[in-house]
Write a protein that binds this ligand. Structure first.
Ligand code: DGL
Length: 265
């Protein structure tokens, strides 16, 4: 592993930037190449073959950029494509978001016997059943709710989460989850777009524990790399969609200029 090579990160759009924030916080000396496949977002309603093919194209793009590791900052790719792509790209370490998230919930469940968790994610992620299987294997005694919330990622891509208290986001959140109020006390944000709608979720479900897989994913990445000592690390953003639109939402999320370049996948 070339320690000064960048970390490659990808998602269907801007959601994976929630993982970039954690990578930045825990590994401030690392350079990053980010790909948001905005032209083909959302991923959550696509079939497994299509998702594997998109993931393959993006990882090839990142490998061409000489990344030292790939972070699949997308719950949907992680739950449908990880194992196959890991075998195909055996020379490149790949980290996903779902497996670290499941380990994190297991860890929390072991110290909180009163835990009543819900896992929310895209339709494809919930349909894969991966998170529920991984969790049940370790904590069969804990009841886990699972809910697909398919409109959240497109709403974030449309910029709705950049507005304070957006009524459409709140309407979606209430529709998806209001019946669970009082029945759950912890929520796993199983799609990387969802930390960006956490305010709406709090208004629907009250003061519960949120588990953002970005932290466990960044920690797993940190454990897998040889660290760089870059004095001025950089982030290069690429999008398959409209660079201006991507850059605007990315600036809101990252809190600084993010000038995305176009990429053809
Ligand atoms: N942010 C991605 C995920 O974690 C993809 C969401 C989507 O494009 O539907 O699932």
């Amino acid at each position: 592993m070339n320690k000064d090579a960048p970390i490659g990160v990808f998602d269907s759009g801007v959601g994976g930037l929630t993982v970039v924030q954690e990578i930045r916080r825990l590994m401030p000396n690392e350079s990053i190449v980010y790909v948001g496949d905005t032209a083909r977002a959302p991923y959550g309603g696509k079939d497994t073959e299509t998702l594997i093919s998109h993931g393959r194209e993006i990882i090839n793009f990142l490998v061409d950029k000489n990344v030292k590791i790939v972070v699949m900052a997308c719950g949907t790719s992680s739950s449908t494509s990880y194992e196959i792509l890991l075998k195909e790209f055996c020379a490149t370490p790949i980290i996903d978001t779902i497996r670290p998230a499941a380990s994190e919930l297991v860890r929390i469940a072991q110290t909180r016997p009163e835990l009543k968790p819900v896992f929310i994610a895209t339709a494809a992620t919930v349909k894969s059943g991966l998170f529920a299987r991984l969790f049940a294997a370790q904590c069969p005694q804990v009841e886990l709710f699972s809910r697909a919330c398919p409109l959240f990622a497109p709403m974030v891509e449309a910029g709705l989460s950049t507005e304070k208290n957006n009524p459409l986001l709140q309407f979606a959140s209430d529709n998806y989850l209001a019946d669970l109020k009082g029945k759950v006390n912890a929520l796993v944000l199983g799609c990387t777009h969802y930390p960006l709608v956490q305010n709406a979720l709090t208004r629907t479900l009250g003061d519960i524990t949120f588990i953002n897989p970005a932290t466990a994913t960044a920690l797993a990445t940190k454990a897998a790399i040889t660290p760089s000592q870059f004095a001025i690390p950089e982030i290069n953003y690429y999008t398959s969609g409209d660079p201006q639109k991507f850059s605007e939402i990315a600036r809101f999320i990252m809190g600084k200029e993010c000038n995305a370049k176009p990429c053809c996948l």
